[in-house]
Write a protein that binds this ligand. Structure first.
Ligand SMILES: Cc1cc2nc3c(=O)[nH]c(=O)nc-3n(C[C@H](O)[C@H](O)[C@H](O)COP(=O)(O)OP(=O)(O)OC[C@H]3O[C@@H](n4cnc5c(N)ncnc54)[C@H](O)[C@@H]3O)c2cc1C
Length: 325
């Protein structure tokens, strides 16, 4: 591991000023649960690490008439335990509660969770120069690909590992992004970029920007949501597949629904065909399984991950079915 300078900004504006020139060797850090691993593994070699935890007032969950604002430095544990989130945004509560382990949830932040890097074993091996690291090949495509994508691969088949991202996209959340030039707001549905747009990075941040806050719109009275995650190990694990669902219901009939899946694509993956098929149907497991089965015909599994299709069908069916109970 190479030495780096450690920056403790007194304000977010000062942190953004550090990033101002867009130096690729300057990194921001939340809890460091991902970034420090990347540094130790030799995947990144920052010259400067800007510790956002030094900035006061960035950890908050504030409710107002428009919904809820969640500061980027809010820990995953605080998000999971917040009574307002538990009451109004079940999908977000359930997603936060199953991120990693209690220790990691106590340290990991919302901003870091949304900006974390993929977990592909080829990407995480510093000796392998894949497309994501400036090489000319995705080693997973013809290699070991049990945990890789079944949608939107091609240049890179790594899956996006965040549990919060599918939940927040299902809730129509927006990211407030800060740079030395000011603020911009981006729907989280447009925050992630598939490899075909840019294989080297996963989101629209331009290297000079910091996620400051996430805004979730007010939940409607007849809205229900849920998050289901399939993991291989009982203790902690990244999602093999997951489904975040949010529906506006009339009784148990679906007026409209969002289904956003994790563990299946390089970006959180919306199942729009299944969403369409479920409009006007009862929120039952059977209806959701039928809709998911049909939508999953578009998947392109690799040699070792075809099992994800059936898992995803079941996870979606159970998540949607839980809304009708
Ligand atoms: C053993 C283990 C298990 C894990 N399991 C899960 C899991 O089940 N589900 C899951 O979702 N995640 C999991 N993670 C991933 C991750 O560590 C956590 O999700 C955590 O929330 C990341 O937050 P952090 O603040 O520690 O991020 P950091 O490590 O501080 O940052 C991660 C990345 O985001 C960037 N970044 C951080 N904050 C900001 C910001 N405000 N604006 C812009 N960029 C920013 C950093 O530069 C870095 O590239 C796991 C990690 C480990 C080590």
């Amino acid at each position: 591991m190479k030495n780096f300078q450690y920056g403790k900004p007194a304000s977010l504006e000062q942190a953004a000023a550090f990033l101002g020139p867009g130096d690729p060797n300057v990194f921001v850090m939340g809890g460091g649960t991902d970034l420090l691993g990347e540094i130790k593994e030799g995947l990144v070699e920052p010259a400067v690490v800007i510790d956002l935890k030094a900035v006061p007032g960035l950890a908050y969950i504030k409710k107002d008439k428009d919904g809820v604002a969640i500061g980027a430095l809010t820990t995953i544990a605080d998000l999971a335990e917040d009574p307002g989130i538990q009451k109004d945004y079940r999908v977000l509560h359930e997603a936060a509660a199953v991120v990693a382990s209690p220790q990691l949830r106590n340290v990991g932040t919302v901003g870091g969770n949304l900006c974390q890097r993929p977990r592909c074993w080829y990407y995480r091996d510093a000796r392998i120069v894949c497309n994501k690291k400036g090489g000319v090949k995705c080693y997973a495509e013809k290699g070991r690909n049990k945990y890789h994508a079944v949608f939107a691969g091609g240049l890179c088949w790594a899956v996006y590992p965040s549990d919060l991202a599918p939940a927040l996209i299902a809730l129509d959340a927006k990211a407030v992004i800060l740079s030395a030039k000011g603020e911009r707001t981006v729907p989280l549905a447009e925050f992630y970029m598939p490899p075909i747009v840019n294989v080297r990075k996963e989101n629209v941040l331009n290297g000079q920007e910091i996620v400051k806050e996430v805004r979730v719109p007010q939940a409607k009275a007849n809205e229900k949501s849920a998050y289901l995650k399939f993991i291989e190990r009982g203790s902690w694990d990244f999602a093999v597949v997951s489904a975040a669902v949010k529906a506006v219901l009339s009784g148990t009939t679906i007026e409209n629904i969002r289904i956003v899946c994790g563990g299946v694509a390089p970006v959180p993956w919306r199942m729009t065909k299944a969403e369409e098929a479920l409009k006007g149907r009862k929120a039952t497991e059977a209806a959701a399984r039928q809709a998911a089965k049909s939508a999953l015909k578009d998947a392109s599994p690799l040699a070792e991950n075809g099992y994800k299709i059936e898992l995803l069908e079941t996870i979606i069916a159970r998540a949607v079915g839980s809304l009708g109970k």
